[in-house]
Write a protein of this length. Structure first.
Lengths: 119, 119
């Protein structure tokens, strides 16, 4: 079946959540958002492109930092309201310069830092 | 630092997106939502508990299906507006009886089914 970005379920702001997972290590790197046009651009260019809610503009991941995400596989969930992109991640995915945005764990009621920023 | 669920950033509906990942295989299983009370209950009971937007009620994953998620690790992202739970998943995570909700890939413009429901 041909895939149509318009067949996805977007929220009231026209956005869908996207989970980025490292295709090699399977580490979950980050979660961000796409609109229908960002979905189309990601599939067309193979460069993962989000919609920045703070800047209200397209966000080609790594465009300024060089920490690009090359699309390896693009997946849709059962409800068509969430996406999973498997990516080839150059450098850290997180703006704090850590590999993953999920570097804080909650263990026994306390926050624990799991990884340090890359030097 | 002590973790306080109220320190998370919830959306206008009082919810935060939660990614569930298989702690052993690292497969991304599903994405759902929690409110602050669901976060607290998950940490307290070790049973992953979401907030069902359709039913507007707490949803102890697997309560009716038996496909429970035992919490293995609980992680918070850099912006504190997304959670990642590593889980010990009993049976399929998806309501379609597939291991993961992300069973559809988009390849060369077409949708491809990656896994079948468990018999």
């Amino acid at each position: 079946m041909h895939f149509d970005p318009a067949s996805l379920i977007f929220n009231q702001a026209g956005l869908i959540p996207v989970i980025a997972q490292d295709a090699a290590s399977h580490e979950v790197l980050m979660m961000a958002w796409m609109n229908a046009e960002a979905v189309a651009r990601t599939l067309e260019t193979g460069r993962v492109t989000y919609w920045s809610r703070s800047r209200q503009s397209f966000w080609v991941k790594g465009e300024s930092s060089g920490h690009v995400q090359k699309l390896v596989d693009f997946r849709v969930d059962c409800d068509r309201d969430c996406l999973l992109v498997l990516v080839d991640q150059t450098g850290p995915a997180c703006h704090t310069n850590r590999r993953s945005c999920f570097y804080t764990a909650v263990r026994d009621g306390d926050e624990v830092e799991l990884m340090k920023p890359v030097e």
